[in-house]
Structure formats: structure tokens, C-alpha cells
Design a protein around this ligand. Structure first.
Ligand code: NAD
Length: 332
């Protein structure tokens, strides 16, 4: 099948072409983000391969359907950037990569926690300047700390298991508790209780209308004074302006982000010689107790291989008229 691949970076091309060796689809690569104005690039393709930074709203989907596209093959797990009802209305199938190495995101999450607790980002900059003073680098141990995990699916479970190994006291909140974690001693509660009890809060639930701004001003009020907040899930889970206020007052003790609610206009591009226009994001970068990575938690060799293999498998199943099992609908 002819596949229009959007938001392509050289690494995407490398992993997709390697996985395509056993599928033989015609991959056409575009650097452009997919949205309503770039959708006509898919002309002649039956499949578009899209990433988290692409915007598959109703308008873009209408345009893709008019161009003859029949399958949206997401090379990601999150589906918050796709209007599934519009896709169903226009008869487009949507398939995703529901599970790929959750360890990639889990290990990055714990990396952010450790870096913030031990101020590794500051120590790194300091030592490179020949400054070996320890003043201001006093850390806290993760061992014995209470960590609240919001969303205990594949990634939340992997984070929980790593932190269990660190000797943390684990609290969790999920609409469906995980029996394996409960057996490990993880205590499930409602979200307010988790926020009140956790010294570190880590977000791993999907972004849905119900979870948008899950962490807002009111939630921050409930959190322990000086608690750490980590979000490697989706930017929209956090009201960033409220968190900036919390950082200014010290209510938020530290913040680790791999995702940001307005990341579409920033991430996955080199903007190092441009002036960033997003004042909330720029303010975040001024805090010594904030670490931001640009949506790279998934970015490991293992995960990229799995993402490419599943994406090409989804396309081949569609081409053969089979279900891959990775299709998503608005009813899911
Ligand atoms: P998953 O579907 O396995 O788990 C999600 C969990 O969240 C489920 O257990 C579900 O019951 C729970 N949940 C749903 N709504 C909830 C709510 N209102 N409150 C509490 N829990 C709720 O998904 P996953 O593979 O663990 O991925 C989690 C999220 O991580 C994805 O939705 C995606 O947004 C994000 N993600 C980020 C990256 C990255 O590179 N930063 C990579 C992959 C995934």
C-alpha cells in the first residue's frame, strides 16, 4: 500500500524502512506535521502514518478521506489527537500501537525523579564550569518516600515496579485497580487522597475529556507542600499556568515534564536560534527545580523498533482485510 508518513524525522525513516523490509509497502515520507492544510500531501495514498504531534481533527480527516485515505496508522499509543467520531463518519479505520516497551517511558520517568531529587541537572552544569561546590545540591532519597502513581496501565505498572525496587511507599489511583500491584502492596485510593499523601506524584493516565487539567489549582492545593510532580503522559493533564504559580510559591517542590500542553508548536524541532513565543513555557525553563525534556520518553532503540514493527503490521493487516486488534473507535 502507498503510505504517506507525516512528521518524519531521519530516525523515523530509519526504523520504518527497516521494519518495512518484510512488508514491502510504498512509504512516502513528509517532514510536515499532518493537519488540515498539509493533508492534501496524502493524495494518492491509502494510508497515512501519523505521530503524536499531528492534528487529526474533523477538518483534516475530511480532507484525508477526500484524498482517498482509508487507514490512519498511528505510530503512537495515545489517541487524543484524533477525532475518532469524524474518522468513523468518513469510514476511516484508525489503528495505533497500543503497547510498546513501557520500560522506555517508565525508566525516563524515574530518571526525571532521580535527577530532580539529586539535582543532577544542576551538578552537571556546575562541574562543567569547574565549580565543585556542593552548596545547594543537597538531595533527598527516594527510598522510603511515598510516591503516588495516577494511572496504573502498562507504564504506571512499570514505574511502580521500579519504584518498589527503590523501597518507595506506593500509592495509586486508577479507575481499574491492578491486582498484581495490589499484591505487591500498592495502596489504591481516590485521587484527592493520593494527592494529600504523596511526596511525589507521577501521571500515567491518558488524556481524555475527564482527565484534562486533572492537576489544576485545586488539585495543587491538595498536594503536600513541596511535593514533586512528574508528567510523562500528556501535557493537557496539567494546568501549566497553575503549576507555574505553585512553583513560584514553593507549593510545588519540583517538576519533571516530558510533555507540555502546547508542545505542538515547540517539540520535535530545533528552535535553538529562534525566540520562543510561549511565555508560560519560557517561565518554566527559569526554575532551577524544573526539568523539561521534549517528549523523548519513548525514544529508545527498543521502543522505536517495536513501534515500527507494529505500525507496519497494522498496515499489512488492513491491506489483507484482517483486523490487527489494534483498531480504535470512539466507543473504546
Ligand atoms: P494504558 O492504557 O496501559 O494505561 C492507562 C491507565 O490509565 C489505565 O489503567 C486506565 O484505567 C487508567 N485511566 C484511564 N482514565 C483514568 C482516570 N480518569 N484516572 C485514573 N486512571 C485512569 O496506557 P499506557 O501505555 O500506560 O500509557 C499511558 C499514557 O502514557 C498514554 O495515554 C500516553 O498519553 C502516555 N505516553 C507517553 C509517552 C512519552 O513518550 N512521553 C509514550 C507513550 C505513552
Amino acid at each position: 500500500m502507498r503510505v504517506a508518513v507525516f512528521s518524519t524525522r531521519p530516525y523515523d525513516r530509519r526504523f520504518l524502512e527497516a521494519a518495512n523490509a518484510e512488508h514491502g509497502h510504498e512509504l512516502v515520507f513528509f517532514e510536515e506535521r499532518l493537519h488540515c492544510r498539509t493533508a492534501p500531501l496524502a493524495h494518492g495514498a491509502e494510508v497515512v502514518c501519523a505521530f503524536v504531534s499531528d492534528s487529526l481533527d474533523a477538518e483534516a480527516i475530511d480532507c484525508l478521506a477526500d484524498e482517498g485515505v482509508r487507514l490512519i496508522a498511528l505510530r503512537a499509543s495515545g489517541i487524543n489527537n484524533v477525532d475518532l467520531e469524524a474518522a468513523a463518519r468518513r469510514g476511516l479505520t484508525v489503528a495505533r500501537v497500543p503497547a510498546y516497551s513501557p520500560h522506555a517511558i517508565a525508566e525516563h520517568t524515574v530518571g526525571l525523579m532521580l535527577a530532580l531529587e539529586r539535582k543532577i541537572h544542576r551538578a552537571h552544569a556546575r562541574v562543567r564550569e569547574g565549580n565543585f561546590s556542593l552548596e545547594g545540591l543537597l538531595g533527598r532519597e527516594l527510598h522510603g518516600r511515598s510516591v503516588g502513581i495516577v494511572g496504573t496501565g502498562a507504564i504506571g505498572r512499570a514505574v511502580s515496579r521500579i519504584l518498589h525496587g527503590f523501597g518507595c511507599r506506593l500509592l495509586a489511583h486508577d479507575i481499574t485497580p491492578d491486582a498484581g500491584l495490589q499484591a505487591l502492596g500498592v495502596a489504591y485510593s481516590d485521587l484527592p487522597t493520593l494527592l494529600e499523601r504523596s511526596e511525589v506524584v507521577s501521571l500515567h493516565c491518558p488524556l481524555t475529556p475527564a482527565t484534562r487539567h486533572l492537576i489544576d489549582g485545586a488539585a495543587l492545593e491538595r498536594m503536600r507542600d513541596g511535593a514533586m510532580l512528574v508528567n510523562t503522559s500528556r501535557g493537557g493533564l496539567i494546568d501549566t499556568a497553575a503549576v507555574v504559580e505553585g512553583l513560584k510559591t514553593g507549593r510545588v517542590g519540583s517538576l519533571g515534564l516530558d510533555v507540555y500542553e502546547e508542545e505542538e508548536s515547540l517539540f520535535f524541532a530545533d528552535l535553538s536560534d529562534q525566540i520562543i513565543q510561549d511565555d508560560v513555557f519560557s517561565r518554566l525553563l527559569t526554575f532551577p527545580n524544573v526539568i523539561v525534556t521534549g517528549h523523548q520518553a519513548f525514544f529508545t532503540v527498543e521502543a522505536m523498533q517495536q513501534i515500527a514493527a507494529t505500525t507496519l503490521g497494522n498496515i499489512s493487516a488492513f491491506a489483507a482485510g484482517h483486523r490487527s486488534g489494534n483498531e480504535v473507535t470512539a466507543a473504546d
